[in-house]
Design a protein around this ligand. Structure first.
Ligand SMILES: [Zn+2]
Ligand SMILES: [Zn+2]
Length: 203
């Protein structure tokens, strides 16, 4: 009689153990998937709604999102390559959702770590900035001062003002220097290579 009680309690013990482990496993997997999906969405919103710029030190485009300001009007980020910290203001409305998702990710990460024996995870919050033109990619021979470059870049939202492209961008003098145009914020605009060539052909 006694051996039946002992063996059945051993079986019961293992059943409970297996149940605990599989439910932890499933919960972890569920949270990981949600954290990943939320991170992907967050990154795409940051790329669209903030005027993020390439690294001002090494000119790389890959940035790690660090923090969102309490009113969601700016983001703090770090260059993946040289660690320089930067921040960018919002360039489009509807950034409250960005803050909400950011908090959701933190909350889900906390829940994940509250499950015993959870291996460490690192949410992937790396995004890409639009590539700003380098000095040798400018259309004028004289370099444009950094302050003017970044103000024009910011005002034009980091894309071609004519077609919205984010590739092969250049700073263009609206009135060419040869026709007396100044190197000023008012007389500069961001154009893609193609639109700039079309404009050049017309003049
Ligand atoms: Zn850098
Ligand atoms: Zn264009």
């Amino acid at each position: 009689m006694e051996w039946i009680i002992i063996s059945s309690s051993i079986v019961l013990f293992f059943v409970v153990l297996i149940y605990v482990y599989t439910s932890r496993y499933r919960r972890r997997k569920f949270l990981l998937k949600n954290i990943q999906d939320a991170s992907d969405y967050l990154i795409s919103l940051v790329e669209q709604r903030y005027l993020v710029q390439p690294c001002s030190r090494c000119h790389e485009f890959s940035m790690q999102l660090l923090e969102i300001s309490p009113n969601a009007r700016s983001v703090y980020y770090r260059c993946v390559y040289c660690d320089k910290k930067m921040h960018a203001p919002a360039g489009a409305p509807g950034t409250d959702i960005v803050l909400e998702i950011f908090h959701d990710i933190h909350e889900m990460t906390k829940q994940y770590y509250s499950i015993p024996n959870s291996p460490p995870i690192e949410p992937n919050l790396v995004f890409k900035t639009p590539p700003a033109p380098l000095p040798y990619e400018q259309t004028s021979r004289k370099p444009i001062p950094e302050a003017i470059r970044s103000e024009v870049w910011r005002r034009d939202g980091g894309c071609c003002v004519n077609c919205g492209s984010k590739e092969n961008l250049q700073f263009d003098h609206i009135i060419p220097i040869s026709q007396g145009g100044a190197t000023s914020v008012q007389n500069l605009q961001v154009l893609c290579l193609r639109c700039n060539r079309e404009k050049g052909a017309k003049i």
